[in-house]
Ligand binder design. Sequence first.
Ligand code: UPG
Ligand code: MN
Length: 467
Amino acid sequence: MGLQMNSTSHPLHLCHLNKSTLIINRLYTLFHSIAITILIFYRISSILTLLHSKNQPLIPHLLIFISELTLSFIWFLSQSFLWRPITRTVVPERLPEDDQLPPIDVFICTADPRAEPPLGVMNTVISAMALNYPAEKLSVYLSDDGGCTVTLEAMREALKFAKMWVPFCNKYGVKTVCPEAYFTKGEVEDEVTLDSHEFGDDKHRIKEEYELFAQKVTLMSESESCISNKDHSAVVEVMVDKGMHDQRKMPLLVYVSREKRPCHPHHFKAGSLNVLLRVSSLISNSPYILGLDCDMYCNDKNSAREAMCFHLDPKLSSSLAFVQFPQTFHNISKHDIYESQLRCTFKVGFRYFSVTEDFFTSIHMHSKHWLSVYHMPSRPSFMGSCTTNLNDLLIQGTRWTAGLIEVALSKFSPLIYGPSRMPILQSFCYAWLAFFPMTCISLWIIATVPLLSLLNHITIYPKVRNK
Ligand SMILES: O=c1ccn([C@@H]2O[C@H](COP(=O)(O)OP(=O)(O)O[C@H]3O[C@H](CO)[C@@H](O)[C@H](O)[C@H]3O)[C@@H](O)[C@H]2O)c(=O)[nH]1
Ligand SMILES: [Mn+2]
């Protein structure tokens, strides 16, 4: 039945072109382009006049003109995101039966137990274990770049708690599978059996268990030994619980801490993802990978199935590299960077060239004609934490800027590398991101030069009554 329903008359996903948004977007592009053209025309003519009259210094005019050109260029690139707006919907009910679904490996990375508290990391691990997917087809790997024994110990505790949590979620159809989020938000929509005594009792019991678990992990995190170790050999622990066979089936849980030596480059997250690729290939070797940061938990237990609606589409499957979900932040809202679900072939690893490994790896896949899908369900699939203090924000900004500029100024620069290898709009999207950090120079000039000019009686902008 599953196979029959996968036919083209019953697709697993639908893609709808939003015509009205398309018209509005393109009209906006047209009007804005006209305004920009007029501005450029004004600048050229005023600079030419200046060259003749020489009654004002040329430098401020040139600086402003170059800044405006740069911003216009980056604005122009950004229009490629608006050019063809579509909405995607999935129909997971049409997926094949559970026994025909392909296995998935979940990769979670953590690096610093001080900056990324083990309790948060464990919540991500537990939420991944509770995904609505056949347990025997789900393996959860944690890469601990902090090489911290507390994280390993916390993971053993997490497994014990997950053995109660996962059956609880399955029994009551809990959607918020991250325990911390479930108990702090206490969403009513999850509580399908709200009036049942059994549910009330179970929820109370599991809440107590969670509090115990959280207390234990927090206590461990406060100990002296909760620090990063940057000089150690590799540790891999496949977590099998003795009582497991008489319990309900649980996803496989694996702890990995790669070897680290001060003199060896470790290539940050890309390095740890590649280690997870190697380790998982010897254990579960699933054809699909769900990549998560440790500060990002699964907010919808159905997300893996939703991604499968694209991966198992017979027309798309052979060329689909990854399904990308927007990352929503639970601590501050409205900001969008992405976490991706990647399907990797043997030839594809995570690329080391730039510290923004996600950006660089996806450029590579797209340039080899792999496709990707951006899926944005109404309920956010994954929730992350964003930086909340200036210091972290500046470090993150510097890292992203350095990573993007590194690509923008290399032979992989999207405008040179892209157009012959991928659709032109796609290379514009990459180019927009790669060149975006350059806006800061232009913005800085536009914020200061006109003020200085005003004080020095230099007219950068025309007066309103000037003809
Ligand atoms: O040596 C390292 C450094 C980082 N990480 C992990 O990588 C993830 C992302 O690092 P973080 O410092 O949180 O960076 P962000 O800027 O928050 O991450 C965004 O930007 C990164 C670089 O583009 C992407 O990899 C992430 O998916 C994206 O969420 C975290 O889980 C870290 O634990 C490692 O595993 N090893
Ligand atoms: Mn992060």
